[in-house]
Write a protein that binds this ligand. Structure first.
Ligand code: HEM
Length: 206
């Protein structure tokens, strides 16, 4: 009996459904928050915070997907590993909305925007944005092949750690004054521990 492998082309588009679903949810929630707050300064700031938190959840999922699938293989973890590229692109999408909301915030209330930001935010946040853009641009077969596997691995590893660190700084400075941010800091520490644990398993298997 001849076993015919399923055509790759039929499987790939279905993975993108997850990206489009996540993008639609991010847009709908951001629009709803802005609309319910009458597009006030506070509503726009809520969109900034909402997209930061959505990005955090998606980033933690993509950042730990391989380690999770390696240590705890099963349908849910294998699903996440298979879709980590689309989840990573959803992080970029959510951060795109974070940037748009920041531009709107700076236009409608420059004084509050200046109070809410500082040079360090622009330096660390700006560098993380450069990584997010470069990683998103090289998350397609053609652009990844153009970059080459070694450069791709370096970019996505260094970029992942830089984005993780930017989240630690952003959540950590808020956690000093507000216990509500502690779970986010704990989540960031947990995903780093998971990657280390997953990496040890891979090294032992070699
Ligand atoms: C130039 C780049 C960036 C600027 C100017 C910026 C600015 C801001 C501002 C003003 C807030 C506070 C909003 C408010 O309280 O009303 C904020 C929140 C936040 N940002 Fe960004 N951001 C930048 C990039 C980033 C990046 C790259 C990350 C993550 C990798 C990030 C993660 C966060 C987080 C976690 C919060 C806290 C959300 C919360 O309070 O729940 N930001 N950002």
């Amino acid at each position: 009996m001849t076993v015919v492998a399923p055509p790759l082309a039929a499987k790939a588009p279905s993975r993108w459904r997850l990206f489009w679903l996540l993008a639609a949810i991010i847009l709908a929630l951001s629009g709803l928050v802005a609309y319910r707050g009458d597009f006030s300064v506070e509503a726009v700031r809520q969109v900034v915070r909402l997209t930061a938190q959505i990005s955090l959840m998606l980033f933690c999922t993509a950042f730990s997907a391989s380690a999770l699938a390696h240590r705890l293989p099963g349908p849910p973890t294998l699903f996440l590993r298979r879709h980590r590229r689309q989840i990573g692109l959803a992080v970029a999408f959510s951060h795109g909305v974070h940037a748009i909301a920041l531009v709107v915030f700076s236009r409608i209330d420059p004084a509050q925007f200046n109070d809410a930001t500082n040079t360090a935010m622009f330096v660390f946040g700006g560098l993380a944005y450069l990584f997010i853009i470069a990683m998103a641009a090289t998350s397609f077969d053609r652009t990844a092949a153009w970059l080459g596997s070694r450069a791709w691995r370096i970019l996505h590893t260094v970029g992942g750690y830089d984005i993780w660190l930017t989240f630690v700084i952003a959540e950590g400075k808020r956690a000093v004054h507000d216990v509500h941010y502690w779970p986010y800091v704990a989540l960031l520490v947990a995903v780093m521990a998971l990657r280390w644990w997953g990496g040890k398993a891979r090294a032992a298997a070699r």
